[in-house]
Design a protein around this ligand. Structure first.
Ligand SMILES: [Zn+2]
Length: 366
C-alpha cells in the first residue's frame, strides 16, 4: 500500500505530491499528540488516533463551519462492526477507524458541548501522555473530566453496530393572531434506547428561522414550541452532522400546511361574569367559557391557588391560556402547553393573583 503521509515521533514524512495538502499535513501533525504522545494500547484502539487525526483534517479545512463539517464526515461510514474491532485483515479500514472514528468524535463534541469536550480531550492527553491508552481509558478520562455518564454513548456509537437512527414526528398547529404550536415526538429506530442529541432548524411563515439544539433526555418523548409567529416547517439535522439517519414524519393534515382549523379545532371565548363557583380573583374579572369544551368550575383551592376544571374530549389536545397582563404575546400566555386529554375532564391548579386572571381552554380534535 502506498501512503501519502506517515507520522513518526518528532517527524512526519510526506510524499512530495501532498506537500501542499493542508488536510494531510494536519492529519499527520495531529498524530504527534494522537498516536505518538498518547499511543494506542492495542490495534483495536486505532480508531482513537486515526479518528482524531481525521477530525483534525476537517478542523484544519473547515474550522468552525459546522454545516460543511457534517457533510464531509457523514459519508460512507462502516457501522457493520464495533468501532474498536476493526477487521484484522483490514485494520486501516478508511470507513471505520478513520471516517466513523472522526464523526463519532464530532458527535461526542456535540453531545458534551464546547465547554466540556475540549477540556476532556486535554484531560485525556495529560493523563496518558508518554504512555498507552485504550478505548476504555478514553471513555474514563472523558467521564472524569465532563462528569457525564458516557456509557450509553459508547455502547451505541463505539461498541455498537448498525446505523444509528431517530424518528421525529412533527405536528404544526397554526393560529394566526394567537399562539401557534409545533409539537415534536421522538423515538429511536435502531433498537437502542439511549437519549441522544441533534439540531433542528425551525422555519416560520414570515421567512425567519431558528436553530435549536435538542437533548432528548431533557425534553423526554415530546416537545412543544409555542410562538406568536406561525410555523412553516422543520428541518432536522440541518448541519448533517448526526452520525446516522433522522426521519421526519408529519402527523395529521394540519401539518406543514400553515392553514388553520382544518381539523375542527375550536377556540372558545370567555366573558366576564361570575362563575358557578363564585370565585372572583379580582372582583372585577371573572372567568367563564361559553362553548365546548367549557370550564366546569374555577375555585380557590387555598394557599393562593386556583383550580380550573374543564371538559376535554378524550384524545383531543388542549392547552390552557391566560390573559397576559402586559399584553406582550397577542394578549395571551400559555400556562399549560398542548397536552393530550385522557379524561373527559381535566383540571389545572395554578397560582392566583399573578395578574393573569382570564383563562381559556384551547383545544383541537384528535
Ligand atoms: Zn493517520
Amino acid at each position: 500500500m502506498m501512503w501519502n503521509g506517515m507520522e513518526h515521533q518528532t517527524l512526519t514524512s510526506l510524499r512530495s505530491i501532498v506537500l501542499q495538502e493542508k488536510t494531510i499535513i494536519a492529519h499527520e501533525l495531529s498524530h504527534s499528540w494522537w498516536g505518538d504522545l498518547v499511543t494506542p494500547k492495542t490495534w483495536n484502539d486505532l480508531w482513537i488516533n486515526e479518528g482524531l487525526a481525521t477530525y483534525s483534517e476537517n478542523l484544519a479545512e473547515l474550522g468552525k463551519n459546522r454545516n460543511a463539517m457534517g457533510q464531509r464526515l457523514s459519508r460512507d461510514c462502516n457501522w457493520g462492526r464495533p468501532l474498536n474491532s476493526p477487521d484484522p485483515g483490514d485494520l486501516f479500514d478508511e470507513s471505520l477507524v478513520y471516517r466513523r472514528g472522526a464523526i463519532v468524535m464530532h458527535h461526542l463534541r456535540t453531545t458534551l458541548g464546547e465547554g466540556k469536550f475540549w477540556p476532556a480531550l486535554q484531560h485525556y492527553r495529560a493523563r496518558f501522555a508518554y504512555g498507552n491508552a485504550g478505548t476504555a481509558d478514553l471513555k474514563a478520562a472523558f467521564q472524569e473530566s465532563s462528569g457525564k455518564d458516557l456509557g450509553p454513548f459508547f455502547n451505541r456509537f463505539v461498541y455498537g453496530t448498525g446505523l444509528p437512527g431517530l424518528r421525529i414526528t412533527a405536528q404544526i398547529d397554526n393560529h394566526p393572531g394567537l399562539q401557534s404550536h409545533l409539537t415534536l415526538n421522538y423515538t429511536r429506530t435502531d433498537g437502542y434506547s439511549i437519549p441522544d442529541v441533534c439540531y433542528a432548524r425551525i422555519k416560520y411563515t414570515d421567512g425567519t428561522t431558528e436553530v435549536l439544539f435538542f437533548s432528548w433526555s431533557k425534553v423526554g418523548a415530546g416537545y412543544t414550541r409555542t410562538s406568536s409567529r406561525q410555523f412553516s416547517g422543520i428541518e432536522m439535522d440541518p448541519y448533517q452532522d448526526y452520525p446516522g439517519n433522522i426521519d421526519v414524519v408529519t402527523k395529521g393534515k394540519q401539518e406543514i400546511t400553515g392553514d388553520t382549523d382544518t381539523t375542527g379545532r375550536k377556540e372558545t371565548a370567555q366573558v366576564s361574569g361570575p362563575t358557578d363557583s363564585g370565585y372572583s380573583p379580582s372582583g372585577a374579572m371573572n372567568e367563564e367559557l361559553l362553548a365546548s369544551p367549557g370550564i366546569l368550575s374555577i375555585a380557590q383551592a387555598g394557599g393562593g391557588l386556583i383550580r380550573i376544571e374543564f371538559q376535554t374530549p378524550p384524545g383531543s389536545y388542549f392547552q390552557l391560556e391566560a390573559a397576559d397582563p402586559l399584553n406582550l404575546t397577542n394578549g395571551w400566555v400559555v400556562i399549560v402547553p398542548q397536552t393530550k386529554a385522557t379524561q373527559p375532564s381535566s383540571s389545572y391548579l395554578g397560582p392566583a393573583g399573578s395578574g393573569a386572571r382570564i383563562f381559556r381552554v384551547v383545544y383541537s380534535g384528535q
